[in-house]
Ligand binder design. Structure first.
Ligand SMILES: Nc1ncnc2c1ncn2[C@@H]1O[C@H](COP(=O)(O)OP(=O)(O)OP(=O)(O)O)[C@@H](O)[C@H]1O
Length: 253
């Protein structure tokens, strides 16, 4: 988005040598979640290490959003556990951020949306302008957030997440309703964040997007992880029929 230096300090948790507890490995162990009498997440196991962009892909209803919310600590599994470097997910929520498909914004100005987060998290208020420039919204700073377009609103939601200096950023189909230019703008910010050391977990059902972004792919199907592999290997030769069908655009149920 901008040529300005990355406007926040990523703490690079995976390799951190400070006294903060390590976040990785991030583990979901035999996690189950039943909703409306159906097992939405069904004995899921996943271990994430501390680098790069993982895209979580899979057909509608596979459990991608629920998995993300469980990793983030927003929902607790019925059984099994999610741990971050051995600690419960709820204990590290301040060190990670989640961006939803529909932007969550305050009914205030664009700038005030960031001021609020920076103030709450003890961030430097002077970073607001750098963040707005970073996401290409400096010229909209005084405008009410509710008048932003969908793509602009999502960039502001992303800036709000970045303002918390997350070590890990979860994104749940953040470009699902955006046009191609807005989608690519978001993807560029995500890549820049990864390059600055932030760990990214990105849910998408857009195979093209997964190809553009992923270092690693987690393929989810019917509430379970069917494949977890390096992106090139996954797209060159998926190991399961369900993943092959999904990549080729055939309907997977
Ligand atoms: N609050 C809920 N109550 C009942 N069932 C739910 C609830 N939330 C999710 N589910 C069900 O759990 C399953 C997984 O949902 P989830 O939203 O995680 O899927 P997803 O892989 O993100 O799908 P999509 O690509 O369509 O967004 C779906 O069958 C969904 O209907």
């Amino acid at each position: 988005m901008s040529d300005a230096a990355f406007p926040f300090a990523v703490r690079a948790s995976a390799h951190e040598t400070s006294s903060r507890a390590p976040l990785f490995p991030l583990r979901a162990a035999d996690v189950r979640l039943t909703l409306g009498g159906t097992a939405a997440i069904d004995g899921l196991n996943l271990t994430l290490s501390g680098d790069g962009i993982t895209t979580v892909i899979g057909p509608n209803g596979a459990g991608k959003s629920l998995l993300l919310k469980m990793l983030h600590g927003l929902i607790r599994p019925d059984t099994g556990e999610v741990t971050w470097g051995g600690a419960p997910a709820e204990s590290v929520t301040q060190r990670q951020a989640l961006v939803f498909q529909t932007p969550v914004l305050l009914r205030r100005s664009v700038a005030a949306n960031l001021d609020f987060v920076l103030k709450n998290r003890g961030g430097d208020p002077a970073r607001r302008d750098a963040l707005l420039t970073h996401v290409g919204l400096a010229h909209k700073a005084r405008q009410p957030a509710r008048r932003l377009s969908g793509g602009e609103a999502q960039r502001l939601a992303l800036a709000r997440a970045l303002a918390t200096d997350p070590e890990v950023l979860f994104l749940d189909e953040p470009t699902a309703s955006l046009d191609p230019a807005s989608t690519l703008a978001i993807e560029e910010i995500v890549r820049e964040s990864r390059d600055a050391g932030m760990r990214i977990v990105f849910v998408t059902h857009d195979i093209g997007q997964a190809r553009r972004l992923a270092d690693e792919v987690v393929f989810l199907h019917q509430g379970r992880v069917l494949e977890q592999t390096q992106a090139d290997a996954f797209f060159d030769g998926p190991a399961t029929d369900a993943a092959r069908a999904f990549i080729s655009g055939r309907i997977v149920v």
